[in-house]
Design a protein around this ligand. Structure first.
Ligand code: HEM
Ligand code: MG
Length: 330
């Protein structure tokens, strides 16, 4: 059975995390990496297994130790991703594509395909990865990074900050509306698209720096090279998705999809918007998870119940009165 989620760190002070015990190493044949520069970097420094396959508990511990990600957010993101992308029998998740290393996958419609899997967690309008429909949704894309640099020069005096994040993310969304007939920005993507725009500010800035301005050398180091800058200190004190709402507020857009063709963005009234965290949780369990697991039995059902419980218990305190959903019984 899956182990309990780790609790918060006792000591959340800034400290050297690119240390002698966690040297960067180049990939070996067979190592898996994917769409998340945060996790890719942890794996390439050995804060996660270097092959890119980990348990949810290992991921929660690593994002806390390596970046000071807050415990509730770490659990929320990790269990959401694990439930849809992980192997719930072996309790292993690939931070990249599908692999035998996570064990035999449960029968379809389950996928257990790792974080590269499109549409259940990974989504469109990423900053440095292409939309799945347009190409490769997981590898670093130089053209997109160049655009991030251009926006940082234009709006951030050469650094990536909240203003740059808001302007650049809006550009990425506009480009997807204009070029991707399958473009989707319904929950949970409407949340993750902005959270991930804030993460470089919250987690990639050296912990001894307090101005909220990410230099672009560090940005490239994480996003392309999966490498902490030399001497990198994690931030001082834990933090969650702070900045998400400020970034979204620069160019507000309702959750929706392109319907059938490009330039046909239609708001989806069934989707949670950024104010409806509980509805996002409820729909994720009722739609996404139940579509992948319509009638699980045995160990699989048991694992789903446990992992869904861990997921629900990670809902932040700011979501009072959100009832737990039990699709597989209590
Ligand atoms: C993107 C998973 C933690 C930074 C992503 C994506 C996934 C993911 C699936 C792709 C979404 C997309 O852009 O389509 C996870 C999981 C985590 C985690 C399961 C467990 C806690 C972190 C942490 C950081 C981080 C701790 C920063 C230190 C980012 C960034 C992106 C991203 C910056 C956006 C990349 C881009 O848009 O080009 N993550 N992540 N993530 N993640 Fe993570
Ligand atoms: Mg993406």
């Amino acid at each position: 059975a899956p182990g309990k989620p780790p609790g918060p760190l006792k000591d959340t002070s800034a400290k050297l995390v690119n240390d002698a015990r966690h040297p960067w190493k180049p990939l070996l044949p067979g190592d898996l990496r994917g769409p998340c520069p945060g996790l890719n970097t942890l794996a390439s420094h050995g804060w996660l297994p270097r092959n890119g396959v980990a348990t949810p508990a290992q991921i929660v511990t690593a994002v806390q130790e390596g970046y000071n990600m807050a415990n509730d957010l770490a659990k929320f993101v990790t269990y959401a991703a694990h439930i849809v992308d992980g192997n719930l029998i072996t309790n292993l998740l690939s931070i990249g594509g599908a692999t035998k290393l996570t064990g035999l996958a449960p029968a379809p419609p389950a996928i257990a395909g790792g974080l590269n899997t499109h549409a259940v967690f990974e989504g469109d309008a990423s900053s440095t990865r292409s939309d799945a429909f347009l190409g490769n949704n997981h590898d670093f894309n130089e053209t997109l990074f160049d655009q991030l640099v251009e926006y940082s020069n234009k709006y951030g005096a050469g650094r990536y900050n909240i203003t740059v994040a808001g302007e650049f993310k809006f550009r990425r969304i506009e480009d997807s509306i204009a070029t991707n007939p399958n473009f989707s920005l319904v929950a949970p993507r409407i949340f993750t698209v902005y959270a991930e725009a804030a993460f470089p500010i919250n987690f990639f800035i050296d912990g001894r720096q307090t101005d909220g301005q990410l230099n672009l050398g560090a940005a490239r180091s994480f996003m392309q090279n999966m490498r902490f800058p030399d001497n990198f200190f994690r931030r001082n004190g834990s933090i969650g998705a702070d900045g998400l709402n400020d970034i979204a507020a620069l160019h507000p857009i309702q959750p929706g999809t392109n319907v059938g063709r490009v330039n046909n963005y239609v708001v989806d009234p069934k989707s949670a918007d950024l104010t409806q965290f509980c509805l996002m949780y409820t729909n994720f369990v009722k739609d996404t998870v139940q579509k992948l697991y319509p009638a699980p039995t045995g160990i699989l059902r048991q694992s789903l119940k446990l992992n869904l419980g861990f997921f629900y218990n990670s809902l932040p305190a700011e979501v009072p009165g959100c009832s737990e959903v039990f699709p597989y019984g209590r």
